[in-house]
Design a protein around this ligand. Structure first.
Ligand SMILES: [Zn+2]
Length: 297
Protein backbone atom coordinates (compact mmCIF):
# COMPACT_ATOMS: atom_id res chain seq x y z
CA UNK A 1 0.00 0.00 0.00
CA UNK A 2 2.82 2.32 0.92
CA UNK A 3 4.46 1.61 -2.45
CA UNK A 4 1.22 2.36 -4.28
CA UNK A 5 0.85 5.70 -2.45
CA UNK A 6 4.42 6.60 -3.31
CA UNK A 7 3.82 5.67 -6.94
CA UNK A 8 0.68 7.80 -7.12
CA UNK A 9 2.45 10.75 -5.52
CA UNK A 10 5.30 10.48 -8.03
CA UNK A 11 2.88 10.23 -10.94
CA UNK A 12 1.01 13.34 -9.82
CA UNK A 13 4.29 15.20 -9.31
CA UNK A 14 5.57 14.44 -12.77
CA UNK A 15 2.26 15.44 -14.36
CA UNK A 16 2.28 18.63 -12.35
CA UNK A 17 5.82 19.47 -13.41
CA UNK A 18 4.93 18.99 -17.07
CA UNK A 19 1.85 21.13 -16.62
CA UNK A 20 3.93 23.82 -14.98
CA UNK A 21 6.47 24.11 -17.76
CA UNK A 22 7.07 27.81 -18.18
CA UNK A 23 8.18 27.74 -21.80
CA UNK A 24 7.10 25.86 -24.90
CA UNK A 25 10.13 25.33 -27.15
CA UNK A 26 9.98 24.19 -30.77
CA UNK A 27 13.34 22.91 -32.04
CA UNK A 28 14.19 22.09 -35.64
CA UNK A 29 16.66 19.26 -34.94
CA UNK A 30 16.95 16.61 -32.19
CA UNK A 31 20.41 17.84 -31.07
CA UNK A 32 18.94 21.22 -30.11
CA UNK A 33 16.00 19.51 -28.41
CA UNK A 34 18.48 17.48 -26.35
CA UNK A 35 20.38 20.62 -25.37
CA UNK A 36 17.14 22.42 -24.45
CA UNK A 37 16.17 19.54 -22.16
CA UNK A 38 19.58 19.73 -20.47
CA UNK A 39 19.25 23.45 -19.70
CA UNK A 40 15.48 23.85 -19.42
CA UNK A 41 14.68 20.51 -17.75
CA UNK A 42 11.34 20.76 -15.89
CA UNK A 43 10.66 24.35 -16.92
CA UNK A 44 10.41 23.61 -20.67
CA UNK A 45 8.22 21.55 -22.94
CA UNK A 46 10.17 20.60 -26.06
CA UNK A 47 9.08 19.44 -29.51
CA UNK A 48 11.26 18.64 -32.54
CA UNK A 49 10.58 18.91 -36.25
CA UNK A 50 12.61 15.87 -37.33
CA UNK A 51 14.03 12.61 -36.01
CA UNK A 52 17.73 11.80 -35.72
CA UNK A 53 17.96 9.93 -39.02
CA UNK A 54 16.08 12.55 -41.08
CA UNK A 55 17.88 15.00 -43.36
CA UNK A 56 17.64 18.50 -41.84
CA UNK A 57 18.36 20.08 -45.23
CA UNK A 58 15.08 18.77 -46.63
CA UNK A 59 11.93 18.78 -44.52
CA UNK A 60 8.26 19.05 -45.49
CA UNK A 61 6.49 22.02 -43.85
CA UNK A 62 3.65 19.78 -42.62
CA UNK A 63 0.51 21.15 -40.87
CA UNK A 64 1.54 19.42 -37.62
CA UNK A 65 4.82 21.38 -37.63
CA UNK A 66 3.04 24.68 -38.39
CA UNK A 67 0.71 23.99 -35.48
CA UNK A 68 3.67 23.26 -33.16
CA UNK A 69 5.37 26.55 -34.15
CA UNK A 70 2.07 28.38 -33.56
CA UNK A 71 2.13 27.23 -29.91
CA UNK A 72 5.81 27.95 -29.28
CA UNK A 73 7.29 30.61 -27.00
CA UNK A 74 10.73 29.94 -28.43
CA UNK A 75 11.81 28.51 -31.80
CA UNK A 76 15.37 27.17 -31.50
CA UNK A 77 16.94 26.04 -34.75
CA UNK A 78 20.34 25.53 -36.29
CA UNK A 79 20.46 28.53 -38.65
CA UNK A 80 23.25 29.38 -41.14
CA UNK A 81 20.68 28.60 -43.84
CA UNK A 82 20.41 24.89 -42.94
CA UNK A 83 16.61 25.18 -42.72
CA UNK A 84 16.25 27.80 -45.48
CA UNK A 85 13.98 25.50 -47.50
CA UNK A 86 11.38 24.97 -44.78
CA UNK A 87 11.67 27.06 -41.61
CA UNK A 88 10.59 30.37 -43.24
CA UNK A 89 7.39 28.61 -44.39
CA UNK A 90 6.73 27.27 -40.88
CA UNK A 91 7.33 30.69 -39.31
CA UNK A 92 5.11 32.61 -41.69
CA UNK A 93 2.26 30.08 -41.77
CA UNK A 94 2.28 29.78 -37.97
CA UNK A 95 1.39 33.51 -37.77
CA UNK A 96 2.94 33.44 -34.27
CA UNK A 97 4.26 36.98 -33.70
CA UNK A 98 6.34 35.87 -30.68
CA UNK A 99 8.75 33.69 -32.67
CA UNK A 100 9.41 35.72 -35.83
CA UNK A 101 12.56 37.28 -34.32
CA UNK A 102 14.57 37.45 -31.07
CA UNK A 103 13.94 36.82 -28.23
CA UNK A 104 11.46 34.21 -29.49
CA UNK A 105 13.76 32.96 -32.26
CA UNK A 106 17.25 31.61 -31.58
CA UNK A 107 19.80 30.19 -34.02
CA UNK A 108 22.65 28.01 -32.74
CA UNK A 109 24.95 28.89 -35.64
CA UNK A 110 24.71 32.62 -34.80
CA UNK A 111 26.38 31.95 -31.45
CA UNK A 112 29.66 30.59 -32.89
CA UNK A 113 32.11 31.19 -35.74
CA UNK A 114 31.50 29.16 -38.88
CA UNK A 115 34.12 27.37 -40.95
CA UNK A 116 34.12 26.84 -44.73
CA UNK A 117 32.54 30.13 -45.74
CA UNK A 118 32.42 30.31 -49.51
CA UNK A 119 31.95 33.00 -52.14
CA UNK A 120 28.78 34.09 -53.91
CA UNK A 121 30.13 32.36 -57.02
CA UNK A 122 29.97 29.03 -55.17
CA UNK A 123 26.37 29.70 -54.26
CA UNK A 124 25.51 30.22 -57.93
CA UNK A 125 26.95 26.78 -58.63
CA UNK A 126 24.62 25.06 -56.21
CA UNK A 127 26.45 25.31 -52.87
CA UNK A 128 23.73 25.07 -50.22
CA UNK A 129 26.11 26.26 -47.50
CA UNK A 130 27.62 29.46 -48.88
CA UNK A 131 27.03 31.21 -45.53
CA UNK A 132 29.48 28.76 -43.94
CA UNK A 133 29.23 25.19 -42.73
CA UNK A 134 26.08 25.07 -40.55
CA UNK A 135 26.73 21.70 -38.86
CA UNK A 136 28.11 23.22 -35.65
CA UNK A 137 26.54 20.62 -33.34
CA UNK A 138 29.40 18.25 -34.13
CA UNK A 139 31.97 20.39 -32.30
CA UNK A 140 31.56 19.92 -28.53
CA UNK A 141 33.24 23.26 -27.77
CA UNK A 142 30.71 25.08 -29.95
CA UNK A 143 27.92 23.14 -28.18
CA UNK A 144 29.13 24.69 -24.90
CA UNK A 145 28.91 28.19 -26.43
CA UNK A 146 25.41 27.52 -27.73
CA UNK A 147 24.40 26.19 -24.28
CA UNK A 148 25.40 29.52 -22.70
CA UNK A 149 23.42 31.52 -25.28
CA UNK A 150 20.39 29.26 -24.81
CA UNK A 151 20.58 29.74 -21.02
CA UNK A 152 20.50 33.52 -21.43
CA UNK A 153 17.61 33.30 -23.84
CA UNK A 154 15.54 31.06 -21.56
CA UNK A 155 16.17 33.48 -18.69
CA UNK A 156 15.01 36.40 -20.86
CA UNK A 157 11.78 34.62 -21.74
CA UNK A 158 11.22 33.23 -18.24
CA UNK A 159 12.92 35.58 -15.73
CA UNK A 160 11.61 33.62 -12.74
CA UNK A 161 13.63 30.63 -13.90
CA UNK A 162 16.94 32.46 -14.27
CA UNK A 163 18.71 30.86 -11.29
CA UNK A 164 17.31 27.45 -12.26
CA UNK A 165 18.65 27.67 -15.84
CA UNK A 166 22.02 28.94 -14.61
CA UNK A 167 22.32 26.00 -12.23
CA UNK A 168 21.42 23.55 -15.01
CA UNK A 169 24.00 25.17 -17.30
CA UNK A 170 26.76 24.86 -14.73
CA UNK A 171 25.88 21.24 -14.11
CA UNK A 172 25.79 20.52 -17.86
CA UNK A 173 29.11 22.27 -18.58
CA UNK A 174 30.84 20.34 -15.82
CA UNK A 175 29.64 16.97 -17.17
CA UNK A 176 30.25 18.08 -20.78
CA UNK A 177 33.89 19.10 -20.15
CA UNK A 178 34.57 15.80 -18.38
CA UNK A 179 33.07 13.98 -21.36
CA UNK A 180 35.14 16.04 -23.83
CA UNK A 181 38.31 15.03 -21.98
CA UNK A 182 37.26 11.37 -22.13
CA UNK A 183 36.39 11.53 -25.86
CA UNK A 184 39.63 13.32 -26.73
CA UNK A 185 41.74 10.74 -24.96
CA UNK A 186 39.82 7.84 -26.59
CA UNK A 187 40.14 9.44 -30.02
CA UNK A 188 43.82 10.39 -29.82
CA UNK A 189 44.79 7.70 -32.37
CA UNK A 190 42.46 9.26 -34.93
CA UNK A 191 44.63 12.37 -35.21
CA UNK A 192 45.98 13.02 -38.72
CA UNK A 193 43.79 10.31 -40.27
CA UNK A 194 42.70 11.28 -43.78
CA UNK A 195 39.11 10.56 -44.81
CA UNK A 196 36.65 11.02 -47.65
CA UNK A 197 33.20 12.36 -46.73
CA UNK A 198 29.89 12.30 -48.59
CA UNK A 199 28.73 15.80 -47.55
CA UNK A 200 30.49 18.32 -45.30
CA UNK A 201 28.38 16.96 -42.43
CA UNK A 202 31.33 16.11 -40.22
CA UNK A 203 33.74 19.02 -40.81
CA UNK A 204 33.53 20.34 -37.24
CA UNK A 205 33.96 16.85 -35.77
CA UNK A 206 36.99 16.15 -37.96
CA UNK A 207 38.56 19.54 -37.14
CA UNK A 208 38.12 18.90 -33.44
CA UNK A 209 39.72 15.44 -33.64
CA UNK A 210 42.58 16.61 -35.90
CA UNK A 211 41.39 14.42 -38.80
CA UNK A 212 41.58 15.58 -42.41
CA UNK A 213 38.77 15.44 -44.96
CA UNK A 214 40.61 15.09 -48.27
CA UNK A 215 37.61 14.99 -50.58
CA UNK A 216 33.81 15.17 -50.67
CA UNK A 217 31.64 12.90 -52.77
CA UNK A 218 29.31 15.82 -53.49
CA UNK A 219 30.83 18.01 -56.22
CA UNK A 220 29.34 21.01 -54.31
CA UNK A 221 27.50 20.82 -50.96
CA UNK A 222 23.96 19.76 -51.76
CA UNK A 223 24.65 18.34 -55.22
CA UNK A 224 24.61 14.54 -55.62
CA UNK A 225 27.83 12.68 -56.52
CA UNK A 226 28.50 12.26 -60.24
CA UNK A 227 30.47 9.38 -61.82
CA UNK A 228 33.05 11.88 -63.11
CA UNK A 229 33.57 13.43 -59.66
CA UNK A 230 33.76 10.01 -57.94
CA UNK A 231 36.35 8.96 -60.52
CA UNK A 232 38.51 11.96 -59.58
CA UNK A 233 38.18 11.14 -55.87
CA UNK A 234 39.19 7.54 -56.51
CA UNK A 235 42.50 8.86 -57.85
CA UNK A 236 43.04 10.80 -54.60
CA UNK A 237 42.02 7.85 -52.41
CA UNK A 238 44.59 5.63 -54.11
CA UNK A 239 47.34 8.24 -54.19
CA UNK A 240 46.99 9.29 -50.54
CA UNK A 241 46.15 5.79 -49.30
CA UNK A 242 42.90 6.92 -47.65
CA UNK A 243 41.27 4.10 -45.67
CA UNK A 244 38.02 5.62 -44.39
CA UNK A 245 34.92 6.88 -46.22
CA UNK A 246 32.32 8.62 -44.03
CA UNK A 247 28.62 9.07 -44.67
CA UNK A 248 25.37 9.30 -42.71
CA UNK A 249 22.08 7.46 -43.16
CA UNK A 250 20.26 10.10 -45.23
CA UNK A 251 23.21 10.39 -47.67
CA UNK A 252 22.63 6.81 -48.81
CA UNK A 253 25.61 4.47 -49.21
CA UNK A 254 25.85 4.31 -53.01
CA UNK A 255 28.74 6.73 -53.48
CA UNK A 256 30.62 5.31 -50.49
CA UNK A 257 30.18 1.72 -51.71
CA UNK A 258 31.29 2.65 -55.23
CA UNK A 259 34.53 4.13 -53.88
CA UNK A 260 35.13 1.34 -51.35
CA UNK A 261 34.71 -1.38 -53.96
CA UNK A 262 37.34 0.18 -56.23
CA UNK A 263 39.82 1.34 -53.58
CA UNK A 264 39.62 -1.25 -50.79
CA UNK A 265 38.87 1.56 -48.29
CA UNK A 266 36.22 1.02 -45.57
CA UNK A 267 32.84 2.73 -45.45
CA UNK A 268 31.65 4.11 -42.12
CA UNK A 269 28.08 5.13 -41.44
CA UNK A 270 28.06 7.67 -38.63
CA UNK A 271 25.05 8.98 -36.71
CA UNK A 272 24.31 12.63 -37.41
CA UNK A 273 22.12 13.31 -34.41
CA UNK A 274 20.50 11.57 -31.44
CA UNK A 275 16.91 11.54 -30.22
CA UNK A 276 17.71 11.84 -26.55
CA UNK A 277 21.21 12.83 -25.63
CA UNK A 278 24.20 14.75 -26.94
CA UNK A 279 26.42 12.62 -24.69
CA UNK A 280 25.10 9.47 -26.39
CA UNK A 281 25.64 11.01 -29.84
CA UNK A 282 29.32 11.74 -29.18
CA UNK A 283 29.84 8.38 -27.43
CA UNK A 284 28.56 6.65 -30.56
CA UNK A 285 30.57 8.80 -32.96
CA UNK A 286 33.84 8.21 -31.12
CA UNK A 287 33.15 4.49 -30.58
CA UNK A 288 32.41 3.87 -34.25
CA UNK A 289 35.38 5.90 -35.54
CA UNK A 290 37.86 4.30 -33.13
CA UNK A 291 36.72 0.72 -33.73
CA UNK A 292 36.36 1.08 -37.51
CA UNK A 293 39.78 2.68 -37.83
CA UNK A 294 41.33 -0.18 -35.89
CA UNK A 295 39.52 -2.74 -38.12
CA UNK A 296 40.52 -1.02 -41.31
CA UNK A 297 44.28 -0.51 -40.99
ZN1 LIG B 1 24.89 20.39 -44.91
Amino acid sequence: MKTLKLFLATAVLSTASLGNAAINVFTCEPEWAALTREIGADRVRVSTAISADQDPHQVQARPSLISAVRQADLVFCNGAELEIGWLPVLLSRSANAKVQSAPGLLYAADQVTLIEQSSSADRAHGDVHAAGNPHVHLDPHRIAMVAKALTERLATLDPQGKAYYQQKLEDFLQRWQAAINKWESRASHLKDTKVVVHHRSFSYLLNWLGMHPIAEMEPKPGLPPTPKHLGQILGKVDKENIRLILFTSFNGNQGANWLAKRSGACTIQLPFSHEKSLFALYDELIDILVSKQADCL
